[in-house]
Design a protein. Structure first.
Length: 532
């Protein structure tokens, strides 16, 4: 009855949390571990740290992540940073599961209850079992086997020859030292091995469902592999989870048993040897549970959105088309729409008018569209893209690199990637703002013309209106603007066609009570410069 009540309470809690942003602490050092160690070279693209930072990835992840388990959280992080090879059949299978989880809340809760068995932080360490190098047995491991055999033999035979008790006692004393020497080897696995048993248990339950089985029809063999190790790993589970007095008594007897026959080092190195050979099988179980949790997370996310859509992936010349796109991290964000055919986009406008936020919104929607099949828009069409950016650049003082040099390196990477046959999306904010005006405009024009060739699409913001005139053939012009009166500056955050015509920078200084002498001199200098 107590177990039934706990299960119902867990369901009620999970139901209350459904569709809501997590209030948990996000330990990104642990969350990122699976991603950092995973070989994703067969994917379409792995999002770089630079582009992730430009898109405020950690804040985005904290908003998107609705996973139940730590395994799912690690997997979801990797999923969001890894654009897969396009596979329409896989996308449909996953959408069918999301539909099932949406239409059957009771079933979804049952799934989440299973996944919640892996919500303990110790589950963060499962990935180490198939990604990290294991401890190797000492060169004198044969001695451990000999001591174990001597203990077993003397223990059995002393019932026939009491003098052998002293052999058993002497061996026990020697084994005591070996046993506690091995504790240092065992310690790193006290979290991961018991959690692997839980992962196996959860995966078996989920795999029994025919809908989930489609995610990996070949999972039965890996599950059987771990099943054969369960008995050997049971002692480690008890070692890690002693709580009540009764369990303490059992643990004490088992500890004596393990010392006497050196069970821990024999079992530990035996299990690690098998796991070392079965890394792919363990990872497939991890990925299966992570995928189920990720699909439940997407279900929860979508349930909380007033507006979202599935991206339409196009092969024809249309580059990007979107209606009512918005930035998911901006509260009450003003939505916008844009349609591109064979050109890229150059945005003008003053600071705080919405240029950079719009560029980030495009990047985020491309990313979530390709990884989660979810866009924050009423409609979003695009090719299967690769995503690069140069938005948030700063001086690297420790390595003696200036802002301009950092920007040059970032844009050079874009130039190199622009030559590939795949469709690329390049996001730039204020290109070459680390150098003088004339060279900035000249270099900016040359680079932006180069990047927009082939199957590439560029979104770039600039204050240099001269660039708009130089790039008319390759770029569609858009702008954001504000209304300035004597007392206030008002932004509407709506994208408009054409280049910005009104310059309000000096007017904004005036609204903020700058001295009249500064305003007058600034206006006079502006007029003189415009005359040439």
């Amino acid at each position: 009855m107590r177990s039934f009540n706990l299960k119902n309470k867990n369901k009620d809690k999970l139901n209350d949390l459904f569709g809501k942003v997590k209030e948990d602490y996000f330990s990104f050092n642990q969350i990122e571990k699976y991603f950092r160690n995973k070989d994703d070279h067969k994917s379409h693209q792995v999002l770089s740290d630079k582009t992730s930072a430009d898109l405020d990835f950690q804040e985005l992840f904290m908003f998107l992540d609705r996973t139940t388990s730590k395994v799912g959280q690690q997997y979801f992080y990797n999923k969001l940073r890894t654009i897969p090879i396009r596979d329409a059949n896989q996308t449909k299978e996953k959408e069918d599961i999301i539909h099932l989880l949406t239409e059957r809340p009771d079933f979804r809760l049952d799934v989440q209850v299973e996944l919640s068995k892996l919500k303990n932080d110790k589950s963060f360490f499962i990935n180490a079992l198939f990604q990290d190098q294991h401890i190797e047995p000492p060169k004198w491991f044969i001695l451990i086997k000999f001591l174990s055999f001597t203990s077993i033999a003397s223990f059995i035979l002393m019932f026939f020859n009491t003098h052998l008790f002293f052999v058993f006692l002497a061996t026990f004393i020697f084994n005591l030292g070996v046993h506690y020497w091995n504790k240092n080897n065992l310690y790193p696995y006290l979290a991961s091995l018991p959690q692997l048993l839980k992962l196996h248990q959860v995966a078996k339950v989920l795999f029994n469902n025919s809908n989930f089985k489609k995610l990996n029809p070949n999972l039965e063999k890996p599950l059987n592999t771990i099943s054969k190790l369960k008995a050997r790993m049971f002692l480690f589970r008890l070692e890690a989870g002693v709580q009540g007095d009764f369990e303490t008594v059992i643990w004490a007897f088992l500890e004596l048993f393990k010392i006497a026959f050196l069970m821990e080092p024999l079992l530990l190195f035996g299990v690690l040897e098998v796991l070392d050979k079965k890394r792919d099988e363990v990872e497939s179980i991890f990925d299966f549970v992570g995928e189920v949790d990720s699909l439940a997370s997407i279900t929860s996310l979508r349930s909380a959105l007033n507006v979202y859509c599935h991206p339409k992936i196009v092969d024809e010349n249309v580059k990007i088309k979107t209606e009512s796109i918005y930035h998911p991290l901006i509260k009450e964000c003003v939505s916008n729409g844009i349609y591109l055919n064979d050109k890229s986009v150059l945005l003008t406008g003053s600071n705080m008018s919405g240029k950079t936020s719009f560029i980030r919104a495009i990047g985020i929607n491309v990313l979530t569209g390709l990884t989660l099949n979810t866009c924050f828009a009423e409609q979003f069409s695009m090719p299967w893209l690769k995503l690069y950016s140069a938005i948030r650049i700063s001086d690297d003082l420790l390595n003696d690199k200036s802002y301009y040099f950092e920007e040059v390196i970032s844009i050079k990477e874009m130039i190199d990637n622009s030559r590939t046959p795949e469709a690329n999306l390049f996001l730039l904010d204020e290109i070459f703002k680390g150098t003088n005006t004339i060279e900035r405009i000249a270099a900016g024009k040359a680079v932006l013309s180069y990047l927009s060739q082939n199957n590439n699409t560029v979104f770039v913001s600039t204050h240099d209106i001269e660039l708009a005139d130089l790039l008319l053939e390759e770029y569609d012009l858009y702008h954001f603007s504000e209304k300035v009166d004597k007392q206030t500056v008002a932004f509407d955050y709506k994208i408009k066609t054409g280049k910005l015509k009104n310059r309000n920078a000096i007017k904004i200084l005036e609204v903020n009570d700058y001295p009249k002498s500064i305003i007058s001199e600034a206006i006079a200098i502006t007029k003189a410069l415009e005359k040439g």
